[in-house]
Design a protein around this ligand. Structure first.
Ligand code: GAL
Length: 418
């Protein structure tokens, strides 16, 4: 009798196990590039939520800010017929992956969770391929920020700049006082980040769109572009010798530690200040980069999902997509990451002042015409065009090429890449 009962229990347990792994628990291998202190803390939230639902998170982190290294790895995995379950992919590239026919359709999750109502249309459109959701957005980052150490400014007797002329005045004083004015990360994507900020500052949003969204040759070789490039070279005098190759988070650390006065970088830099226990307003200042106060260069992180055969993996994918847009994840992730929720109507209370400012200015810039997609962060043009721009900008910055020659080259290389 006892033995029979034991057997019976065992059978029920085995059945439950099979049922739960095939219908509920599954593994997602997630490719991403979030490896800095603030980034790792943020992505851990998603892993935790998924594991709470009985799924397995297989981490596939490819270090390298901006994701260029991660994209190379992703392409080789896909070519080998072995893509991960989910991958961090952004902007127009989502369409290219859609063309390959490799992406899972997320419409049933999107319908059940009402994504069309929860997402700004500008974001929802990027996530769809031929009208169906194939990607899920995580956040909205703003690129055009300046991160400053107020103590360094005070010691140098310098004012926080709101124009590039004021920047030069402040940078001179900071250098004279023995500090590094600008914490510079000498990698192409970081140089392109500062470049596009200056494009917005000098040319305004219409010029930005013509040059970096439409990739218009006239705009790329115009006198406005020459001015942009000259400002970039002017900034170079206020960087240090250790800049080449420096990771963005190490540049942020220089501001945190009071070695450097400022960094121009998207608000993932805030994630580093937060992880270091620093408070905005008191320990550091976050303000729009000079000349860009009415503009919002946006960068939306998102995950694409690759088609799966295994029912467990399919379930895990759907759970991941659902959890990403739920309020709990949107709150904790974005507080850690420095970004703002992509889900509309989230409570403002948990967010700090820079995030609240970003939330208001996202909406204001959308109506005022100042909302533009980031070129450096894959939101504006296809990878071949972005690659051409990054090459020219980096070559120019790291050589004695004239701004005029670089502007002409920009137009030429971009046309060749089209
Ligand atoms: C961006 C990405 C951000 C941030 C940054 C540095 O492209 O959108 O989430 O992580 O790279 O790695």
């Amino acid at each position: 009798m006892g033995l029979k009962l034991f057997r019976c229990c065992l059978m029920v347990m085995v059945a439950l196990c099979i049922f739960s792994t095939s219908a509920f628990g599954g593994e997602v291998e997630v490719l991403h590039w979030w490896t800095s202190g603030g980034e790792a803390k943020s992505v851990a939230v998603l892993k935790e939520l998924l594991e709470k639902e009985g799924h397995i998170w297989k981490d596939f982190a490819v270090a390298g800010g901006g994701g260029d290294a991660a994209m190379t790895v992703l392409k080789s995995r896909a070519v080998a017929g072995n893509p991960p379950t989910a991958a961090q992919v952004k902007g127009p590239q989502i369409q290219l992956w859609g063309d390959e026919g490799l992406l899972a359709n997320l419409d049933d999750v999107a319908r059940a969770e009402k994504w069309d109502e929860l997402l700004p249309k500008v974001v929802a459109d990027i996530m769809k391929y031929e009208g169906s959701y194939v990607a899920v957005p995580v956040n909205v980052h703003r690129i055009n920020w300046m991160w400053a150490n107020p103590e360094v400014f005070r010691k140098a007797g310098a004012q926080l700049p709101t124009t590039w002329e004021q920047f030069e005045v402040a940078a001179k004083k900071i250098k004279k006082a023995g500090f590094i004015p600008v914490a510079w990360g000498g990698q192409p994507w970081q140089e392109a980040t500062v470049f596009e900020i200056i494009v917005a500052a000098v040319g305004g949003p219409d010029f930005y769109r013509r040059a970096l969204v439409d990739a218009d040759a006239k705009a790329l070789s115009s006198p406005t572009m020459v001015k942009v490039l000259e400002i970039m070279k002017m900034i170079k005098q206020y960087t240090d010798k250790g800049a080449p190759g420096r990771d963005w988070n190490l540049a942020t650390a220089m501001v945190i530690q009071g070695k450097a006065a400022m960094q121009f970088m998207g608000d993932w830099a805030k994630g580093e200040f937060t992880a270091a226990g620093k408070s905005p307003g008191a320990d550091y200042i976050a303000m729009p980069a000079p000349g860009t106060s009415n503009q919002f260069l946006f960068n939306v992180d998102s995950f694409i999902m690759f088609k799966q055969k295994d029912p467990g993996a399919k379930e895990a994918q759907k759970a991941m997509a659902r959890l990403i847009l739920q309020p709990e994840f949107q709150k904790v992730f974005n507080v850690n990451k420095g970004s703002i929720p992509v889900r509309l109507g989230m409570p403002r209370a948990p967010f700090d002042d820079p995030a609240l400012r970003a939330m208001s200015e996202f909406i204001a810039s959308a109506t005022g015409g100042g909302l533009v997609p980031s070129m450096a962060h894959e939101m504006a043009v296809f990878p071949a065009i972005r690659g051409a721009i990054l090459d020219v900008v980096t070559n120019f910055y790291n050589s004695d090429m004239s701004a005029k020659k670089a502007a002409a080259e920009l137009a030429r290389e971009v046309e060749a890449a089209m």
